[in-house]
Write a new protein. Sequence first.
Length: 269
Amino acid sequence: MIDIHTHILPGIDDGSPDLDTSLRMARIAYEEGITQMIATPHFISMEKEDRKDVIIERVKELNDAIMQNGINLKVYPGEEIFLTPDIPDRYVHGDVFTLADTGRYLLIELPIMSFPEYVFDVIYRLNVMGVRTIIAHPERNKIINQNIDRAGDLIEAGALMQINSLSLFGVFGRESKNTAQKLYKKGMINFIATDCHTAGGRSPRMARLYDIINKKDLFKYTETNPSYIFAGENLPLEEKAPEEGKNKTSIIKNLFSLFKGEREAKDET
Ligand SMILES: [Fe+2]
């Protein structure tokens, strides 16, 4: 499996505090069936920012240590970016990491207690530049907990959804678990990742998903779809799930065309 959301890098955020913990997390991940990870330390504009060369260096050091310890796991750079209105500008200036540094997907975190309407502007502006927004753990947002249609609005705007395996296991409480289950059952998700922070309660656990998610879906959310991120390619069109009874397909198709057109134009230059 491929874990696209982790805080395994040592001493850079509220995730792993040191190399020893990171190595224990890597061992757990491998035992759980994870062979590739994207390290996504927190980025909060003007508040908590890391230099990209520092992240690259830390990823390299961690990969070296993982290899020396005989663990079959490879870590790639990325960031989890807290939602602020300036994200598209920060992307343009090269201040933030796309996932696996392939230039196509940004992992964006909503606040827990609110749902800023400018999120739609951020998604749209990134889309126009050929960058897809992946919303990190929508099931942890209180507004989405109360009204799942808000997640539908984000999908309609062109965002993709990543839920946490640990939410499905109930680690973040009943509300997050219920919302994660609902999002999954309604076909509104694209990725499942661990969002691991520790080698304890928030360790990189995935294997129990086999008891919860059917194998075909699990493969899609933890292998097939993440592989598009690594390849720097678009997810197939059917990944955006329109809600029943609403004609969202055409909107999504238009957005997809826009995204594709912009990218092709960019690729040609
Ligand atoms: Fe995270």
